[in-house]
Design a protein around this ligand. Structure first.
Ligand SMILES: Cc1cc2nc3c(=O)[nH]c(=O)nc-3n(C[C@H](O)[C@H](O)[C@H](O)COP(=O)(O)OP(=O)(O)OC[C@H]3O[C@@H](n4cnc5c(N)ncnc54)[C@H](O)[C@@H]3O)c2cc1C
Length: 393
């Protein structure tokens, strides 16, 4: 069988590429349904883009790589498409756009576009072998025990990263890329809860509070922190997990807003005979206060605290240093950090510089977005860049 373009992986990037790549496109996936991660994303409502998506929201060994694709097919372009398909949406917070109804609206939009573009979609199809005969890719596919050799001018790797293997994630794209001589950078789980082997905060599981957190090598993220049985989660921890490296501390400001010392001094007025626990309980969840005060060996009346004692407390609350022992790993990670080395790809077309006709898009590339719709925007932008190049070939 001969096709112009074979796309492996019918997730966000593969579907979007198939919708724009022109005639003679075959899209294959080993899963039973396309876009499974879209379906479960954003708590079932799919945070499909972020209106502020910009290069600084992405992690890559080459931070400039995303610029071209993001600017040529932006969040506004994807949003225009969502609106043209009359999908109701809303901005939740910080530019994050979600479906009002269900993530299934986005999947239906994409599969409809693929169908109207005339691309074929083969599900429950595995890839047995990928080869190149000097002019074309020769890919052996297997469906219900039957093998088909597909000859394609263009091969698009869109099979995603390693996160959530239970949902069908594989290292396929990395293996094929390496077989064709493309380097792959080290991969680690990203947007993932952090764990502590001796989790002394386990009694706080379920407690949430707004904080500003940062890893040693990353920016500060102001969002909610959630204590879990195994450690820490919540949007702020997922964000910093993408920058955290084993053996490093994370720093948490438990009292974001005004300078911590000013907040603590302000509490002196009207503290009367109130205990430290009761006063701090007005600023932080009481359960957390109790654990912290026990750890610091602090009790007594708030009004009796010296200015030096307040300053020590401000330091501890404003710069709480913790050393995670690990993360929950690919089992729960939303994304994979690292991937196919961007130096091997054209930032304009996503085509491998040394292998004409081989394209790499979406999460399998060494580009990882922050939490908040940035990862889907990368899937749309990189898929569009490749598709336009393929359609124009
Ligand atoms: C729980 C969760 C929630 C998320 N929520 C959001 C969100 O709200 N907003 C956001 O921007 N990002 C979110 N993400 C991240 C986002 O889902 C990914 O960044 C995005 O799906 C990547 O798109 P992709 O097409 O590159 O890969 P995927 O969407 O993972 O698609 C890859 C496809 O390839 C197929 N495949 C894999 N290996 C093979 C193989 N060997 N043979 C054949 N097919 C194969 C898979 O079955 C899959 O269909 C979330 C991720 C998770 C896990």
């Amino acid at each position: 069988m001969q096709v112009n373009t074979l796309i492996i992986g019918a997730g966000a990037a593969g579907l979007y590429c198939a919708a724009h790549a022109g005639p003679g496109t075959l899209l294959v996936d080993h899963a039973r349904a396309p876009g499974e991660k879209i379906r479960i994303s954003g708590g079932g409502r799919c945070n499909f883009t972020n209106i502020h998506a910009a290069p600084q929201n992405y992690i890559s060994q080459n931070p400039h790589f995303v610029k071209s694709a993001l600017s040529r097919h932006s969040a506004a372009d994807f949003l225009a498409l969502v609106e043209a398909h009359r999908i109701p949406w809303h901005e939740k917070t910080l530019g994050q756009l979600f479906c009002d109804r269900s993530a299934k609206d986005i999947i239906a939009m994409l599969t409809g576009m693929v169908e109207r573009a005339g691309a074929a979609l083969w599900l429950e199809t595995s890839v047995v072998d990928v080869a190149h005969d000097g002019t074309h890719f020769r890919v052996t596919l297997e469906q219900a025990g039957e093998r088909t050799v597909v000859t394609a001018q263009n091969l698009v790797l869109a099979s995603g990263g390693k996160s959530i293997p239970k949902m069908g994630a594989t290292s396929f794209a990395y293996r094929v890329a390496e077989d064709f001589g493309l380097p792959v950078t080290e991969t680690t789980p990203g947007l993932v809860p952090l764990t502590f082997s001796d989790n002394q905060m386990a009694p706080l599981a379920g407690v949430a509070t707004p904080v500003i957190a940062r890893a040693a090598r990353g920016p500060a993220f102001p969002e909610a922190l959630l204590f879990t049985h195994r450690g820490l989660s919540g949007p702020t921890i997922l964000q910093i997990s993408s920058y955290w490296q084993a053996g490093e501390d994370i720093a948490i400001n438990l009292l974001p807003g005004a300078p911590v010392i000013d907040q603590l001094r302000a509490q002196r007025k009207g503290a009367g005979a109130k205990s430290i626990a009761s006063v701090l309980g007005g600023l932080l969840p009481r359960k957390l206060v109790d654990v912290l005060l026990e750890d610091w060996g602090l009790s007594g009346n708030y009004a009796d605290l010296s200015d030096k004692a307040l300053q020590d407390m401000a330091q501890r609350l404003g710069d709480w240093q913790l050393r995670p022992t690990g993360s929950e790993g690919y089992r729960t990670a939303e994304v994979t950090i690292g991937g196919i080395d961007t130096n091997a790809l054209s930032s304009r077309t996503m085509e491998a510089k040394a292998v004409p006709g081989l394209y790499c898009i979406g999460e399998c590339v060494d580009v990882t977005g922050w939490l908040g719709g940035y990862n889907f925007q990368w899937a749309w932008s990189s898929a569009h860049a490749a598709a336009i190049a393929i359609a124009g070939r």
